[in-house]
Design a protein around this ligand. Structure first.
Ligand SMILES: *[C@@H]1O[C@H](CO)[C@@H](O)[C@H](O)[C@H]1NC(C)=O
Length: 362
């Protein structure tokens, strides 16, 4: 018997409705989607079938499937349209740590995040996943296999990190299961990968101007460098595993490559990968630290006359010369996280992605 018209329309209705309801849980907004991490986030989200909106101050790429909303994240009215009908918000917008602009850090990282939270609640977004930083617990002294139980740094290494602490506290304390709003934070460390405008280009620039000759300390201090795709994977897993009563609610998670590497070995592998010489002279850690301190003091004394920005700062010396690597055990247990790209593969892909930075052969 042919199906009755009533049955047919039920079938049509089901076909029309099912994909929509499946998609409803898979629509998201990436705040800061034009940035380095944000772009990689958008790519993986699209590959996983998410519907993606991007909110950013600028549009850095063109993708047919992505809707861009441009605006200032401190402006709730500008944010709201980007969050309508969306169930997950990834917040990875931040000024570059090296931009050294206190006012901007405070405004974007802290005030902007408060606005994001308010806008999420108003738009009835269910989940907010923040990109935090493992350095919120780093005070310039050794951390080996640090867990998330370490307290926030009393003396953060810089003002950027100070505002990342404020931001993370704000997001985690906004977790509110009773009102169907869940939050979690991902703390990556040393993100690198193709199209990063910071680490590799700055390293190569330093090598070109002859500044990459010295190893601070004995060169054996282990540090986490985390491939961008692993960081993205951690964010998406977090969004998918974040439910009422899940251990993710209101908590922060380290996401690393789970392969800590000596700081100077990593730098040397990038340098030699692009045909530059690795640094070879050692200077003692304390000497480098005091030289940087002295330089900072000198620049502070000169400040009324000239403003010089030092790249050789005590903070950078601490970053280059101390152990700081973190355990991602908690992310493994709570969300089944495993790095998807090994460090070897990650370094190879990164080096290959910068053909223009390769040293010209004489
Ligand atoms: C690192 O810390 C985790 C707990 O956070 C622990 O389970 C693991 O065994 C530690 N690994 C090493 C190599 O000490």
């Amino acid at each position: 018997n042919p199906p009755a018209p009533g049955e047919l329309s039920t079938v049509c209705w089901l076909i029309a409705v099912i994909p929509v309801s499946l998609q409803a849980g898979r629509s998201c907004t990436v705040i800061g989607g034009s940035g380095f991490l944000g772009q990689h986030m958008v790519e993986q989200l699209l590959a996983k079938g998410y519907r993606v909106n991007v909110f950013d101050i600028q549009q850095s790429f063109e993708r047919e499937q992505v809707t861009f909303y441009l605006g200032d994240l401190c402006d709730k009215e500008a944010l709201l349209p980007a969050l309508q009908g969306v169930s997950v918000v990834f917040h990875c917008a931040s000024p570059a740590p090296s931009s050294d602009n206190r006012e901007l850090f405070y405004k974007v990282n802290f005030l902007g995040t408060k606005t994001v939270i308010a806008a999420c609640r108003e738009a009835r977004v269910q989940k907010l996943v923040l990109t935090s930083s493992a350095s919120v617990v780093f005070e310039g002294t050794d951390i080996k296999n640090g867990s998330e139980d370490l307290p926030y740094a009393q003396k953060p290494i810089d003002y950027y990190t100070e505002t990342k602490i404020l931001q993370e506290k704000e997001v985690l304390s906004a977790n509110d299961p009773d009102n169907d709003f869940l939050t979690t934070a991902i703390r990556p460390h040393g993100i690198f990968g193709p199209r990063d405008p910071q680490l590799v280009p700055i390293l190569i620039q330093a090598a070109q101007s002859g500044k990459m000759k010295f190893i601070i300390g004995d060169g054996k201090n282990l540090v986490d460098f985390t491939y961008v795709e692993n960081v993205v994977h951690g964010h998406i897993l977090a969004a998918e595993k974040l439910h009422k009563d899940s251990p993710l609610c209101g908590k922060a998670f380290h996401i690393t490559n789970d392969e800590p590497i000596p700081f100077w070995t990593f730098m040397s592998r990038i340098l030699t990968g692009l045909d530059y010489d690795p640094p070879k002279y050692h200077i003692p850690y304390w000497l480098a630290y005091y030289l940087a301190l002295l330089l900072a003091l000198l620049l502070a004394l000169l400040r009324p006359l000239v403003t010089i920005k030092a790249t050789f700062t005590p903070m950078r010396v601490a970053l280059a010369g101390t152990f700081h690597y973190y355990s991602c055990e908690r992310a493994k247990r709570a969300m089944g996280y495993r790095p998807v790209v090994s460090l070897d593969e990650a370094i190879a892909r990164t080096v290959q992605s910068y053909p223009s930075l390769r040293r010209a052969r004489a």
